[in-house]
Design a protein around this ligand. Structure first.
Ligand code: 6GU
Length: 228
């Protein structure tokens, strides 16, 4: 998979060189390309924003640098992802869909947004998704893009060493993950649930399922089928 990121803060993405993503990159499974939007400006001040038509607070990102940048970066089969608090909610299901793509291009704008015509233009030419992490506001799309990149890239075959670790985690079966324990069996007076020491795999699976359901009922009842 190829990932391109267009941003006015390219330094944000230096952390992608470490961790699993960095290793996948070294092994050629993922390629990551960070681009400075200002490379596609032509004025002395490298201007990327302007005041909004109709008035109001904040600035809006100008369409021209975005048009030049995206024309240069978008490949034939790319999906353009625009992080925005006005987008559809990012989920594990969407991460799975995106993990099958050959190229993802992230257009990271400031939160007041990019001129709407950029999204309109590229929607007419190809696939575009406005994606939100949740119901709160970040200053720009960079942190959101990073979250999407991490969630998607770990589902690309070969990025996570042991694929079994992808199966039983939170959200893969629509429930929150059960709690995990390791040695020692007693820590500061807290015991590991005895069933986990029993060697009875059926009983362990049943206990984990019940724990997942209980956690989900308590913390995220909206994830359960009968939620309104
Ligand atoms: Cl994708 N962008 C911004 N600016 N704020 C957010 C968000 C995205 N998702 C949640 N809040």
């Amino acid at each position: 998979m190829r990932v391109d990121i267009v941003t006015i803060f390219p330094g944000f993405f230096d952390v992608l060189d470490v961790s699993l993503i960095g290793k996948a990159r070294d092994r050629g499974i993922l390629s990551m390309h960070v681009h400075d939007l200002r490379e596609w400006t032509h004025d002395r001040h490298r201007t990327v924003d302007d005041t909004p038509y109709g008035g109001g607070a904040g600035m809006v990102m100008k369409p021209e640098p975005w048009g030049e940048a995206l024309d240069a970066v978008l490949g034939e089969d790319a999906v353009l992802i625009v992080p925005s608090p006005a987008g559809e909610r990012f989920t594990q299901a969407m991460a799975r869909e995106l993990a099958g793509e050959s190229q993802l291009v992230f257009a990271c704008g400031r939160y007041e947004g990019i001129d709407q015509r950029v999204v309109d233009h590229y929607s007419a030419r190809g696939r575009v998704r406005l994606v939100s992490l949740g119901d709160y506001v970040l200053n720009g799309g960079e942190v959101a893009a990073m979250a999407v990149i991490e969630a998607v890239s770990r589902l690309v075959p070969g990025v996570v060493g042991n694929p079994d670790s992808l199966v039983e985690e939170s959200h893969e079966d629509g429930l929150l993950e059960y709690p995990s324990y390791t040695k020692p069996a007693v820590w500061r007076g807290h015991e590991v649930p005895p069933v986990l020491l029993s060697g009875n795999h059926g009983a362990i699976a049943a206990w984990r399922r019940e724990q997942s359901l209980e956690r989900t009922r308590t913390t995220r009842p909206d994830l359960l089928p009968d939620a309104g």
